[in-house]
Design a binder for this molecule. Structure first.
Ligand code: ADP
Ligand code: MG
Length: 396
């Protein structure tokens, strides 16, 4: 597939699939990282003399259009960042979209409404997706895929549409794939991975795969309590996935067999309830009170993880170490983020909440080797899966 930079798009209408899935609360964008990450490709296309029809999704709307999941605030922010008008009709398909797409002049942008407002986008029926993709294809002469956060989805605008038009990968997807390829193919050693976040079941496959690749695996966040329980420890009212206990025991054994240094916390910050003003108490991992829940790893554990991380030449981090959204329980995540900034080698942050966490805690993107825009997508890539959106762009 030709490099985007070498393709002549002068006077062409380009359909660009972006990932503009940003957290929005009461109409206000909480973190515009993914919008900013989409700008280089958009600007490149405009500089090449193309006009651009952009499609993106927001959240997981279940019942068609709703204000809650509208891309309207994103259209506004995108316009501010690009310092130019972004046309937004609040529709995905139909006569007015076709008309506006058809009359776009060089350098103009039309953002379609949340592509998932159409049930055909995510349909399991190939025919439904294909018909929808054909309609989308009629708006443009060329397709650029740049929505990395959605490439693990077999969706119409990600998987089917590129097959209907000449296509290429945008600069964001190219950069993401380049970094993840380094992690899977030839990581410099020692290679350390830090995993946290809410659930193991989300990340089980990637943990399994990483156990044959990494030198150090540190585990914190909500998922750690299933590990601690599997080791026979009292975990109080911490979140736990009981159905995963046996699997976790196997993972612990596999780590041993593979000579992977598995780091688990030795101290935990607990609280009586899941709330921002719950009173935090620091306890040893062997002394979690029955009526309290672990909401962060303790300072000793964080230091221990950090000192292992800074010795690594390659580090991948996914999942906060605690409930970073509550300041009382953000310290563990902050120490890990700090350690990643000190890595002399490549440090990669993956995961929507992890990326939001490092920004919310006051770090700059530039302090890290790379902040991936894709949570699920980067994890599935590291699992070794062939992702539909990358297959469609001839990148898998
Ligand atoms: P990412 O999006 O980076 O992949 P996840 O979605 O897996 O991360 O997990 C992020 C969430 O995990 C955060 O909202 C955080 O509050 C939550 N979390 C972290 N530690 C705990 C804990 N000890 N108990 C409950 N939730 C936790
Ligand atoms: Mg998440």
């Amino acid at each position: 597939m030709p490099e985007l930079s070498t393709i002549d798009l002068k006077g062409k209408r380009v359909f660009l699939r972006c990932d503009l899935n940003v957290p929005i609360k009461d109409g206000v964008i909480k973190d515009d990282g993914r919008i900013k990450a989409s700008l280089p490709t958009i600007q490149l296309l405009l500089n090449k003399g193309a006009s651009v029809v952009i499609a993106a999704h927001l959240g997981r709307p279940k019942n068609g259009p709703s204000t809650e999941f509208s891309l309207a605030p994103v259209a506004k922010r995108l316009g501010e960042l690009l310092k130019q008008d972004v046309k937004f009709l609040g529709e995905i398909t139909g006569d007015s979209v076709a008309e506006m797409a058809g009359s776009l002049k060089t350098g103009e942008i039309l953002l379609l409404e949340n592509i998932r407002f159409s049930s055909f986008e995510t349909s399991k029926e190939d025919v439904e997706r294909e018909n929808f993709a054909r309609e989308l294809a009629s708006y443009a002469d060329f397709y650029i895929g740049d929505g990395f956060g959605a490439v693990h989805r077999k969706h119409a605008s990600v998987f089917d549409l590129p097959g209907l038009l000449p296509h290429a990968a945008g600069s964001l997807i190219s950069a993401e794939v380049k970094v993840l390829k380094t992690l899977t193919d030839k990581p410099e050693r020692p290679y350390g991975v830090v995993l946290g976040g809410a659930k193991i079941s989300d990340k089980l496959a990637v943990i399994e795969n990483l156990l044959s690749k990494v030198d150090v695996l540190a585990i914190g966040g909500g998922m750690v309590f299933t590990f601690l329980k599997a080791q026979g420890k009292e975990i109080g009212t911490s979140i736990v996935e009981n159905e995963m206990l046996d699997v976790v025991k196997e993972l612990i054994q596999k780590a041993k067999d593979n000579g992977v240094q598995l780091l688990l916390p030795t101290d935990i910050v607990v609280a009586p309830s899941f709330s921002p003003d719950a009173v935090p108490t620091l306890v040893s991992v062997d002394q979690i009170p029955v009526d309290q829940m672990g909401l962060d790893i303790g300072p000793k554990s964080a230091e221990n993880f950090a000192s292992a991380i800074v010795k690594c030449k390659t580090v991948f981090w996914n999942g906060p170490m605690g409930v970073f959204e509550f300041p009382n329980f953000a310290a563990g995540t902050k120490v890990i983020a700090q350690a990643l900034t000190q890595v002399k080698g490549i440090s990669v942050v993956g995961g929507g909440d992890s990326a939001a966490a490092v920004r919310a805690l006051g770090f700059e993107d530039s302090q890290f080797g790379y902040i991936s825009t894709g949570g699920g997508a980067s994890l599935e890539y590291l699992e070794g899966k062939k992702l539909p959106g990358l297959i469609a762009l001839d990148l898998a």
